[in-house]
Design a protein around this ligand. Structure first.
Ligand code: NAD
Length: 246
């Protein structure tokens, strides 16, 4: 029997790579996707292969619909199926509304929101045909609570919550579940880029006393995609060690 296939956007590194590792461990074949640094994608693919997964590596900018179309087609050409879509690719943007240029707002929305919409729009017809599937959006605690100086980023992630709940309703009758994960601060490049002072402040506000790992987010995604979660849809789960952002 063919193995199940997961397509994870932004899986060249960070949370996406952690998801890829967890899905490979759970017996999936994996589409690894990156935008620029494809050496990192090769490394993530190597980890999945060492766990027994067959891997397709694909480069695409998710803010461009045509590039998303090519990625989905490449995945179907290689594997003939996409069982799980993890909309994980994303970019961070800090700054007050005064500091956030129109161009920056557009860019963040294009990658974080439009990219996830494009990918879902392309994969849903395939899942509808097969009457099964799972879609997972990578949101953020900033979409749940708001976050200081995060108007573009928090907005881009909040929009995913509307998409999660709406797609969940539309697709439940077809056996497709749709959920979202809100990670708190996770140990990836996105956090590594913060100053030491900000990093210490962030850690001091996590009750668990540490950053989360990409694999902890991946394990949550694997659960949502599993048959054990078939009756769970439209849910937005926070995985943050209890983070109190401002
Ligand atoms: P990261 O910067 O380490 O990785 C981001 C990934 O997205 C990379 O693979 C990159 O290639 C891809 N990407 C960026 N722009 C792209 C584009 N235009 N087209 C295609 N791919 C693109 O980030 P991360 O920390 O692993 O975050 C992954 C997801 O989790 C993001 O959506 C982020 O918003 C979310 N998140 C992260 C944290 C955290 O603390 N790290 C917290 C909450 C939510």
């Amino acid at each position: 029997m063919n193995k199940k296939v997961v397509l994870i956007t932004g899986s060249s590194r960070g949370i996406g790579a952690g998801c890829a590792k967890e899905f490979a461990q759970a017996g999936y074949d994996v589409v690894i996707h990156g935008n620029r640094n494809m050496e990192r994608a090769e490394k993530a693919a190597g980890v999945c292969r060492s766990l027994g997964a067959e891997v397709l590596i694909h480069q695409a900018d998710v803010s461009q619909f045509e590039e998303c179309e090519k990625m989905v087609q490449a995945a179907l050409d290689k594997f003939g199926r996409i069982d799980v879509l993890v909309n994980n690719a994303g970019i961070e943007a800090n700054g007050s509304i005064a500091e956030t240029t129109l161009e920056k707002f557009d860019q963040v929305m294009k990658v974080n929101t439009y990219g996830a919409f494009y990918m879902s729009k392309l994969v849903v017809p395939h899942m509808m045909e097969r009457k099964s599937g799972s879609i997972i959006f990578m949101s953020s605690t900033s979409a749940q609570t708001g976050a200081s100086a995060s108007s573009a980023y928090a907005s881009s992630k909040s929009a995913l919550h509307g998409l999660t709940k709406t797609l969940a309703r539309d697709l439940a009758p077809l056996g497709i579940n749709v959920n979202a994960i809100c990670p708190g601060p996770i140990d990836t490049d996105m956090v590594a880029d913060l100053s030491e002072e900000v990093k210490d402040w962030v850690k001091s506000r996590i009750y668990a006393g540490r950053l989360g790992s990409p694999e902890e987010i991946g394990a949550t995604a694997v659960f949502f995609a599993s048959e054990k979660a078939n009756f769970i849809s439209g849910q937005i789960i926070t995985v943050d060690g209890i983070f109190q952002s401002l």
